[in-house]
Design a binder for this molecule. Sequence first.
Ligand code: ZN
Length: 101
Amino acid sequence: MIGGFTDPDTDLSVETVDVDPAVPKTTAWRRKRNAAMGITGTYKKRKEHYSCKKCGQPSTVATGHSQYKGYKFCPNEGQTKEEWLAAVKFQILVKQVSNFG
Ligand SMILES: [Zn+2]
């Protein structure tokens, strides 16, 4: 516990926080920290995207993610988008064939 513990939520180096008496100290500290990190808005804001279950990044085009007919593409899986798309189309084809069988 003591020494080398660098959890950002328990960073004790921030001690000179201007505490607003209307909000709990921790909340004021988080707001100040978030402002310093460029984070604005509240936590009540609805999630705009889902996190990738494979790499944890937001599943958005900005992070290189994509989807095709419900299949999710993750750029951090070692596949190119073309390879992935070919595999997805093959899977869909296999499903269609097995449905006829
Ligand atoms: Zn991913």
